[in-house]
Design a protein around this ligand. Structure first.
Ligand SMILES: [Zn+2]
Ligand SMILES: [Zn+2]
Length: 352
């Protein structure tokens, strides 16, 4: 039996933290449910799941639909798209069966690449390798989620670039239904004797095909900043996500680049210790002036008043607002905070 290999390449960078990663997790489950109910898919489809953040790993190696097991998606710092592509191409080389004189190899593989941001590594070599050798031999569908997607890069990989701008729960579900329908359509076309690579029609209510790119690059470079902290009581990590909100945009005829903005808290959630494994430790943390940040989250672990207290070591921890001596969960030094009223916390250096 010739296999139809389907690869899901999932962006698990920190901007996906919270709801988005949960929705993606559920979405993959939904796809697998649909595939299990489809006789064609059961017969031909093999699925693999690859996750990327600061590192790239195969979470599920190519398996038959009924043998698929669900896996918890990780979360890490970085969106190393170049590395993810290299990894995918290496997986093709290693695991796909080529057609020989005696046997027919695998059907043309399909890869769904999900991303919500901009690559944080150098992609040029990977894109070149992709275009030269793999683009014709694989149907790649790039799925951009949210408003911070670098379509200019994705367009170099495939004509099938689909934008999914609004990330609400209802549309997420439909979006994943569309993906499963596209896998089912492919496996059915194979069952009928001929592989087709056209996709089901795009439902414009919640997704769109990216055709033309805006000529000008937006002035906004980062739409989302994230910070990692650690609970002072339970020593567990959490992640805070702030998204940019424009408050004032200079009229275009003034010809000046003036935008006033702040970052609004959108998410503060528990993360696993493996976040640090999935992050690229060599990359520097973004610097943001804290006066631009609006909204103070409470600690998702111990519910302390703020999750945004900074130790003299530069790391963030939670603080309940009254304890006198606390130990920084990062550097293990004693810290004392004094409450700075409207200005937030004044941070004193640890005492040794
Ligand atoms: Zn805490
Ligand atoms: Zn510290």
């Amino acid at each position: 039996m010739r296999r139809l290999p389907v690869f899901f390449v999932l962006d698990c960078s920190e901007s996906m933290a919270g709801q988005n990663i949960q929705q993606m997790q559920q979405g993959i489950q939904l796809i697998m449910q649909k595939l299990r109910q489809d006789p064609y898919a059961l017969e031909t489809v093999y699925v693999s799941v690859i996750a990327f953040a600061g590192i790239v790993r195969t979470l599920v190696p190519l398996v038959e639909v009924f043998a698929y097991y669900s896996t918890k998606l990780p979360l890490g710092g970085g969106t190393h798209l170049g590395k993810a592509l290299e990894h995918l191409m290496n997986e093709f080389d290693r695991h796909l069966m080529k057609t020989t004189e005696e046997t027919k190899g695998d059907w043309k593989p399909i890869a769904y690449l999900f991303t919500d941001g901009r690559p944080t590594d150098e992609c040029k070599d990977a894109i070149y390798r992709w275009q030269k050798k793999y683009a014709r031999r694989c149907t790649l569908i790039a799925l951009g989620m949210g408003k911070n997607v670098d379509y200019a890069t994705l367009k170099q990989l495939t004509e099938h670039c689909i934008a999914f701008d609004e990330l609400n729960e209802k549309d997420f579900k439909k979006f994943f239904q569309w993906i499963s329908a596209s896998v089912v359509a492919q496996s059915k076309s194979i069952g009928d004797g001929q592989q087709q690579d056209h996709l089901p029609p795009i439902d414009e209510r919640y997704m769109r095909l990216v055709k033309d790119l805006p000529a000008k690059k937006t002035l906004v470079d980062e739409n989302c900043v994230t910070f990692v902290g650690r609970c002072g009581k339970l020593n567990r990590p959490y992640l805070m996500k702030f998204e940019r909100e424009i408050q004032y945009q200079a009229p275009q005829d003034l010809n000046i680049n003036l935008n006033l903005y702040h970052f609004q808290l959108t998410e503060c959630c528990k993360i696993d210790e493996d976040y640090f494994t999935w992050s690229d430790q060599t990359q520097h943390q973004q610097q943001v002036n804290t006066t631009l940040l609006q909204g103070t989250p409470e600690c998702p672990h111990c519910l302390a008043e703020t999750a945004f207290a900074m130790c003299g070591c530069g790391q963030l921890m939670c603080y309940d607002g009254f304890s006198e001596d606390v130990t920084c969960p990062w550097c293990r030094r004693q810290v004392s905070f004094d409450y700075g009223g409207m200005d937030g916390f004044n941070v004193q250096r640890g005492r040794g």
